[in-house]
Design a protein. Sequence first.
Length: 455
Amino acid sequence: MTENQTFDRRTFLRRGAMGAGALWAFSLGELTERRAYGAVLTPSPYGPVSPKADEVTGMRLLQLPDGFRYWSYSWTGDPLEDGTPCPNLHDGMAVVDAQGNSGRLILVRNHEGGGGDPYIKTKPSIVYRNDGAGGTTNLIFDTTKGTWEKAWASLAGTNRNCAGGVTPWGSWITCEETTDAGHGWSFDVSAQKGDTTPIVDMGRFSHEGCMVDPTTGYIYETEDGGNSGFFKFVPFRWGRPADGGDLYMLKVKNAPKANLSATYPIGTTWDVEWVRIDDPTAATRSCYLQGSDKGGARFARLEGCWWGNLTGYFLSTNGGVVGEGQVFEYDPTRETVKLIYDSPTAQEVDNPDNITVSPRGGLLLCEDAAGDNVFGERLVGLTFDGKTFTFGINNINFLPGGVGTPPNSSILARDYRNNEWAGACYSPDGQWLFVNIQTPGVTFAITGPWKSGPL
């Protein structure tokens, strides 16, 4: 393992969930100036990837650069703390708390189950409804020992909990990616358990992720749909979104209904403003259409987002010159949106989904395209000159000749190498990357020589 570092909660809030370093802020100018269409995948600053053995199972589940090690945990079907089988479809995730100087971190992890029975029925206090198989589980990882300690049920009875966002008040807002009856909301999940009361004023739509500006407490939300909007929720009280607030949708100044997922040069910057959504419950008209009626901007499948140092980053999975994905930067001080990346081919970046910013300021993308590229599903880093590199490849294959046998009876003997990465997030000290493979459903803690590259 790498040298251990201890940190308190103040350090966590400053350096972890909210604070990317100055490196990434500095790099954006270089990225904008140097990036050109047609670039190819560049060699990784960490070196080439190859199959590496899991410290827990011994199986070569991931391809990573030399020097990196990882620990698997909490597969679909593994028992949670109370014996309940772990739900499937591991998705968005974040570190929400650091327990003093103990080195222990608490993470909240989404599960994207759709309609159906709640995955746990013995704890009605955490069950929203009886028609949702999604929800969240919480986990503890000890960074000083490099060990997973436990996992437990924290929210159930929700529907398609895809992504969400970490907050500066020590919680995770989990978002439903659906508009099924009774669903389509956001919920606040603390380090211990979730609040089953939906945050109605954040809007009812096909949510993907959200990110919080720690200075203002404003929550920025992405919508995953063919035509989707970028939303801003302004709470009445900082850190208390459940107390209500106002919902807005982004609009390009002097360009009503602008399509920002079309083809634009890297570095294109739009001056933006916000139009109010009069009915966030979408009782008679969707939040997107309400915003579009007032000139709101259109994107193609907005998905992951993450707050950096002073600005936020969000991506369009299907946008751009060839529909392989774009990354945008939102600046709340200047009220601008800048296009900072547009994938020219599936080999460079293949429809990214989740996104995170490391404490060193690096940007890491999770692919979700079922193997449209020749590499398989990857974790892709973005360099300071606007090029991409492969940091990790999903290597889970339980067929004969693969990595081995499934870890429990809930996991079918299949080839899972084309299944998506999700939930990438870092420990506050930057020594650990936590990430999921959505199917068959497993969480990893990865550590290694991070300082040899930008992640």
